[in-house]
Design a binder for this molecule. Structure first.
Ligand code: IPD
Length: 265
């Protein structure tokens, strides 16, 4: 098995180049090419191009690894390593020109299902801000060169809590009700529009916590490792709602359980 640091270094190099490609395509103008699970769930030509770029680079460097990407699906490998990739997380922000989107790349080993895999390395790169969040299993998480740490306990004013909503309109009433339940422990809430950045911000202590239902593996694989390596907790995967959407809660230890309970079911 390769050292997690080698997987990390490769992920960082590819994420930087992929992010630059996304940034250039954004500057050239973005066209929505298709819708996916719902009308609001869009894909741009850049999503596909950036994923193809990442996939080709990984195939070149590590041909025996598996791959799971948002736009091009899954391919098994034989090395025991699987790469989980969201080429542009925050596609709606990207399409609207909001500078909050990210390339998310994680290398995991073991069973490649959320809650079962062992993430070894993760990178979340926002090319619009130049911020690169990265983590190595057992070694820590960083923003650039700065070591990250979650907020252990929210201030008495309450927790700054981020969340997100899925694309299926039928799920919105339940999500809004959950936000209402969480408000008593919140000083305020945020909806960034890119789950990988929400998680990176928890790792960086910019948010006290984040929760959302219905995330896909590529939305959270890299970000969850950032949070864990910054001393936070990530969980809730077994907590499924009536739409079959698993919960994800990421937080410092002081608020994790309370938030998980409030966000259930
Ligand atoms: C979406 C974003 C959004 C979250 C959605 C995700 P995409 O990913 O992370 O913040 O609320 O659940 O699907 O579609 O932009 O890659």
């Amino acid at each position: 098995m390769p050292h997690p640091r080698d997987l990390h270094d490769l992920a960082v190099a590819i994420a930087r180049d992929a992010g630059e490609l996304a940034r250039v395509r954004r500057a050239e103008g973005v066209a929505i090419t298709a819708t996916k699970s719902a009308l609001a769930d869009i894909v741009t030509e850049a999503d596909r191009e950036v994923e193809a770029f990442i996939r080709a680079r990984l195939a070149e460097e590590r041909p025996l690894d598996g791959f799971l990407g948002e736009e091009s699906g899954v391919e098994g490998g034989t090395s025991g390593v699987t790469w989980i990739v969201d080429p542009i997380d925050g596609t709606v922000n990207y399409a609207y020109g909001i500078p909050a989107y990210a390339v998310s790349i994680a290398a995991v080993t073991g069973d490649p299902r959320p809650g079962h895999w062992d993430a070894q390395a993760g990178v979340v790169f926002n090319p619009a801000s130049g911020e690169l969040f990265h983590a190595v299993r057992g070694e820590g998480a960083w923003l650039g060169d700065e070591r990250l740490a979650v907020v252990p306990e929210p201030s008495p004013a309450g927790a700054l809590i981020a969340t997100g909503f899925g694309y299926n309109p039928a799920t919105h009433p339940g999500d809004i009700a959950r936000v209402a339940r969480v408000m008593p422990i919140a000083r305020d809430v945020r909806r960034v529009g890119a789950a990988s950045l929400d998680l990176a911000f928890v790792a960086a202590g910019r948010f006290d916590a984040y929760f959302e239902r219905g995330l896909q593996p590529w939305d959270h694989a890299a970000g969850a490792l950032l949070v864990e390596e910054a001393g936070g907790l990530v969980g809730g995967y077994d907590n499924v709602d009536e739409f079959g959407r698993a919960l994800l809660v990421a937080a410092g230890p002081g608020v994790f359980e309370t938030l998980r309970d409030l966000a259930t079911p």
